[in-house]
Design a protein around this ligand. Structure first.
Ligand code: FAD
Length: 401
């Protein structure tokens, strides 16, 4: 039998996935040990888009105000052509009968992380350890043993289950021995922040816009304090040059006819993948979030999926913990969440990436015409928004047996 100290779920990684899993478990009186490799709650400037189902889950967990108060509510988003302007516009208020939150919110994921850490500090059944880098996990019939590099040297931590939410390079995924199948895009994405008002250069721009162009595509996101602009990397340009002052300024000026205000703290370059793990669970070891699937950020779905994984996992773990369900519920977690990653998020983010970056003129025209036709038809537009807001895909995945 498991000893008292090991009567807990160990979570590797304190990003959005691990923190939401911790909160969801703690609220069901399940003890949690969360091991995070960094020395404090911090994150890169990555996810900003929160979709309606994620806002609903955060609402249930008492966390939605952290995102609504620090974020920008964005009901309308666009597909655009760099030279011809708006191709298709989607107003999510049409989803008002389907969700309490008929909009996207643009908010830095690190704001959510900070709020979650502050909330978890009030739970006596949650033990968060920073500067604990998980090295791997082993299991037997009774529980798991998680190895971690800590300020006191290598240590082991026992638990009944381990949830690997330790990001794209997950040590827990390696312990599972599963492959992260898929592909990596040749081009990277380069992000700049700017404090100049993009709407002065593009008066009809929405708070989220995907702008297609064969030579210089762009994604624009309006955050409360700045605009985030994403371009493709350029062939042969080293990463440090791509994010340098001169190059950032020159690209912004060429695109908007205006520069001089790029934000020093926000310049990044990222490699982009479409990869899903072969399995999300073996026995008592389970993975979720970027540890289990990574996708192009076009559509803003990675963090949202991680939150959905965490809620789904914690719900099933709660049933198992209370003796209301068997361990095979965790296989259902895998079926539901892997289906969403492979059949929904992957398809949508590939479509969005192709829409903005397509170079072939005939293909570009075809995908723009398709989008125009969707936006012009109320039924098609509604269906499209149900999908791109992750509502339809999540509903379909959640009823899979
Ligand atoms: C440019 C860009 C833009 C994006 N925009 C969006 C968006 O708008 N919307 C969206 O939904 N998604 C977006 N994403 C994706 C999103 O950022 C990720 O999907 C999300 O961060 C995944 O959360 P996670 O908690 O699973 O992993 P992470 O956020 O990577 O968190 C993992 C945590 O584990 C810790 N860790 C790592 N290794 C170990 C270890 N061995 N031991 C202990 N701890 C460890 C890390 O320090 C980190 O705190 C974007 C990604 C990029 C790159």
């Amino acid at each position: 039998m498991a000893s008292k100290e090991s009567d807990r779920v160990v979570i590797a990684g304190g990003g959005p996935t691990g923190l939401i899993a911790a909160l969801s478990l703690a609220r069901q009186d399940i003890p949690v040990l969360l091991l995070e490799s960094q020395d404090s709650p911090k994150d890169h400037r990555r996810a900003t888009t929160f979709h309606p189902p994620t806002l609903e889950y955060l609402d249930e967990l008492g966390m939605v105000d952290a995102v609504l108060n620090d974020g920008r509510i964005t009901p309308v988003w666009q597909f655009r052509d760099r030279h011809e302007g708006v191709v298709a516009e989607f107003d999510l208020s049409a989803l008002k009968d389907e969700t309490k939150f008929p909009y996207r919110v643009q908010c830095e994921q690190m704001e959510l992380n900070r709020a979650l850490h502050a909330t978890l500090a009030d739970f006596p059944n949650v033990d968060v350890r920073f500067s604990h880098e998980v090295l791997g996990a082993e299991q037997d019939a009774d529980g798991v043993t998680v190895r971690a590099d800590t300020p006191d040297g290598e240590q082991t931590f026992a638990g009944r289950y381990v949830f690997g939410a330790d990001g794209a390079r997950s040590s827990i995924r390696r312990s599972l021995g599963v492959r992260l199948g898929g592909f990596t895009y040749d081009e990277k994405v380069v992000q700049y922040g700017t404090t100049f008002d993009v709407s002065e250069a593009m008066p009809d721009i929405a708070g989220v816009a995907y702008i297609s162009d064969p030579d210089e595509w762009c994604v624009i996101l309006h955050l409360p304090e700045y605009w985030r602009v994403t371009f493709s990397s350029r062939e042969g340009e080293p990463d440090d040059v791509a994010v340098s002052d001169d190059v950032a300024e020159a690209r912004m000026k060429a695109f908007f006819g205006k520069g001089g205000a790029t934000v020093e703290l926000h310049r990044n370059i990222w490699t982009i993948h479409q990869r899903v793990a072969e399995d999300f669970r073996k026995g008592r070891i389970i993975i979720g979030g970027d540890a289990a699937h990574i996708n192009s950020p076009m559509g803003g779905m990675g963090m949202n999926s991680g939150v959905h994984d965490a809620v789904n996992f914690a719900d099933k773990m709660g049933q198992i913990w209370r003796g209301e369900g068997e361990e095979d519920l965790l296989d259902r977690y895998t079926r539901q969440r892997r289906h969403m990653a492979l059949e929904d998020v992957r398809q949508q983010t590939i479509r969005n990436t192709k829409f903005i970056a397509e170079k072939d003129p005939a293909e570009r025209r075809k995908s723009q015409d398709e989008m125009r036709a969707v936006a012009a038809n109320a039924d098609k537009s509604f269906k499209f928004m149900m999908g791109s807001s992750m509502i339809a895909g999540l509903r379909a995945a959640n009823v899979l047996e």
